[in-house]
Design a protein around this ligand. Structure first.
Ligand code: ATP
Ligand code: MG
Length: 468
C-alpha cells in the first residue's frame, strides 16, 4: 500500500511516532478513497497511545503547520496544513448507552478501533510503523467489499447501528455517493433499527442528507431512505407525496417518484445544492392542496404558494439555513409553474416582464427547475413541452435585451414620493409605488426618471395629492 503514502506527512508522522515509541496507522476514509481513486484531503491517523501527544510531536516537526487544534475531552487533535486536514486520535474501544449517543470511551487496541468503525470499507488501516511500513491491516476484508461495491458493517449490524444510529444514514449516503449496494444483513439491520435514528441530532442527520442530495443520482439515496423507513423519521412531508389515488377512473401521478425524477434531472444539469432542494420542495404541498371535481379531475390549486410557505417550516426543523438560501428555495417553489404558464399561444410582453422581475437573478435557475419538472413516460410529450419552454426562453431573452427589467429598480423611491408631495409615510405612498412598478412592467411608461416622475405626479393627483 506504500503507493498511497506519497504525501510528505507520512514520513514525519512515522518519525514522530518512533520518538514517542507509539504505534501509528492511517485509517478510514483516506485509505478507502485512495483505493477508489477518489481525491481526499482528510487524513486520519490512529495511534496506540495519546493522539494529542503525537499531534504535538508532529506539529513541532512541521515548519508551515498553519493551525493546530487540540480537543482534550475527545483525545483528538487536528492539524491543518494548506488545504490538508490531519486528524490524530488514540485507538479506542467504545460502547454507547441505550438512551444516548454519548459514548463511553476507553483506550484500546488497533483492532478495537477497527471494530467500532461503521463499514468494512471504512475500517482498513495502513501501518506507518518501521517494522511493516505500508502494509494493510484489513481484518474484515474491506478490500473485497470495496471491489464488489458492497457496504457491510464490521460487526453484527444491530450492534454497529445501535452504538451509533447515524451509521444507517451513512450507509445510505455511501450507497448513493459511491453507487454501492448495501449488503442484505446490513440492509435488514437498517429496516429493523430505523426508528433509533430519533436519538441523533438533526444537524448530523442533515449533514448526511445533504451529502445524499449532492450525489450524482440523489434518487438512489431517497429510495433507500424511503424503503428502509429512515426518511419517515424526519421528513413526513415527503412521505405524504407517495401514493396514487383513483377516482372515476382518473388517477394522479405519484408525486414522490415524480419529485425524485425532477431531483435527478436537476442533478444532471447543476451541482447547486439549493437548486436541488428546490426540486425536492417544488410539489411538497400537493398532498395538502389535492382535490377532485368532475370538471377538472384532480387539482392541486395553489400548491406552489402553500409549498413556498412550507419551506421555512421544513428548513427550520431540518436545521437548514434560514437565510437567503431558504428564501431562494421558497422563491423557486413559488414561481415553478410560471414559465410553463407562458407557453400558451398568446403571451403578453407584460407577463414575461413580470416573471423576469419576480425571478430576478434566479431566472436561469428557475428555467432549469422548470425543464427538469417535465417528466412523462410519453417521450413525445416531453419533447413537445421542452420545445415550448425553449420558445419561452427566447421570448424572455428578447424582452430582457429590450427592457432590462431583470434588476429593475423603480427610478423614484418612496422617500422621493413623500418629498414631492410633502406627505408623511402613508397608504398613498404604497399605492403610488405599486402603480409605478406596474406601469413599467406593463410597458405603459419607460423605465426612466422623467417618465417616472410624470407618472407619480399624475397618480398623486388622482389620489387628491398636489405638489405644493
Ligand atoms: P467523508 O469524509 O466523505 O464524509 P468519511 O468516511 O471519510 O467520509 P469521516 O467523517 O471523514 O467520513 O470519518 C472518517 C472515518 O471515521 C470513516 O471512514 C470511518 O472509519 C470513521 N467514522 C466516521 N464516522 C463514523 C461513525 N459515525 N461511526 C463509525 N465510524 C465512523
Ligand atoms: Mg473523511
Amino acid at each position: 500500500m506504500i503507493q498511497y503514502l506519497t504525501h510528505p506527512i507520512f514520513i514525519v508522522v512515522k518519525e514522530a511516532a518512533i520518538t514517542l515509541n507509539q504505534e501509528v496507522y492511517v485509517v478510514g476514509g483516506f485509505v478507502r478513497d485512495c483505493m477508489l481513486g477518489r481525491e481526499s484531503k482528510d487524513i486520519d491517523f490512529v495511534t496506540l497511545g495519546s493522539g494529542i501527544d503525537l499531534a504535538k510531536e508532529v506539529a513541532n516537526r512541521l515548519e508551515d503547520a498553519t493551525e493546530v487544534n487540540y480537543f482534550k475531552n475527545f483525545g483528538t487533535a487536528h492539524i491543518r496544513q494548506q488545504n490538508w486536514d490531519f486528524e490524530f486520535v488514540g485507538a479506542r474501544k467504545e460502547s454507547y448507552r441505550e438512551d444516548s449517543r454519548k459514548p463511553l470511551v476507553e483506550s484500546g487496541s488497533l483492532s478495537d478501533d477497527q471494530n467500532r468503525r461503521d463499514f468494512t470499507i471504512n475500517a482498513m488501516a495502513i501501518s506507518l510503523n518501521e517494522s511493516d511500513y505500508g502494509s494493510l491491516v484489513d481484518p474484515f476484508n474491506g478490500v473485497e467489499d470495496l471491489n464488489n461495491g458492497i457496504l457491510r458493517t464490521p460487526l453484527d449490524p444491530d450492534v454497529t447501528f445501535s452504538d451509533d444510529p447515524l451509521r444507517m444514514m451513512r450507509a445510505v449516503r455511501f450507497a448513493s455517493q459511491l453507487d454501492f449496494t448495501i449488503e442484505e444483513k446490513t440492509y435488514n439491520g437498517i429496516c429493523t433499527m430505523a426508528s433509533r435514528l430519533s436519538i441523533i441530532s438533526q444537524e448530523r442527520i442533515t449533514d448526511e442528507l445533504n451529502k445524499i442530495i449532492a450525489s450524482k443520482r440523489p434518487s438512489v439515496g431517497f429510495k433507500l431512505m424511503f424503503d428502509t423507513k429512515l426518511l419517515h423519521e424526519f421528513f413526513d412531508e415527503m412521505i405524504a407525496l407517495q401514493g396514487v389515488e383513483m377516482r372515476n377512473g382518473l388517477s394522479h401521478k405519484d408525486n414522490f417518484y415524480h419529485t425524485l425524477q425532477v431531483l435527478d434531472n436537476v442533478a444532471e444539469i447543476s451541482d447547486n445544492l439549493w437548486l436541488r432542494w428546490a426540486a425536492i420542495m417544488h410539489d411538497i404541498a400537493k398532498p395538502n392542496t389535492k382535490d377532485f371535481n368532475d370538471k377538472e379531475g384532480w387539482t392541486f390549486h395553489g400548491h406552489e404558494f402553500v409549498g413556498s410557505k412550507m419551506v421555512k417550516h421544513i428548513f427550520r426543523r431540518l436545521k437548514l439555513p434560514l437565510n437567503e438560501r431558504m428564501r431562494y428555495v421558497s422563491k423557486l417553489v413559488l414561481l415553478h409553474l410560471r414559465p410553463i404558464a407562458l407557453t400558451k399561444d398568446i403571451v403578453t410582453d407584460s407577463a414575461i416582464r413580470r416573471l423576469i422581475f419576480d425571478a430576478g437573478e434566479d431566472m436561469d435557475d428557475l428555467m432549469k427547475l422548470c425543464k427538469s419538472d417535465i417528466t412523462s413516460k410519453n417521450e413525445r410529450k416531453v419533447q413537445r413541452f421542452k420545445q415550448n419552454l425553449k420558445i419561452v426562453e427566447q421570448k424572455i431573452r428578447d424582452v430582457e435585451d429590450r427592457d432590462r427589467v431583470r434588476n429593475f429598480q423603480p427610478t423614484v423611491t418612496g422617500e422621493e414620493i413623500m418629498e414631492i408631495f410633502k406627505i408623511k409615510p402613508s397608504k398613498e405612498v404604497g399605492i403610488i409605488k405599486n402603480a409605478l412598478k406596474d406601469a413599467v412592467l406593463d410597458g405603459e411608461i419607460k423605465n426612466n426618471r422623467e417618465e417616472a416622475i410624470n407618472f407619480v405626479l399624475k397618480k398623486g393627483n388622482e389620489l387628491g395629492l398636489t405638489k405644493p
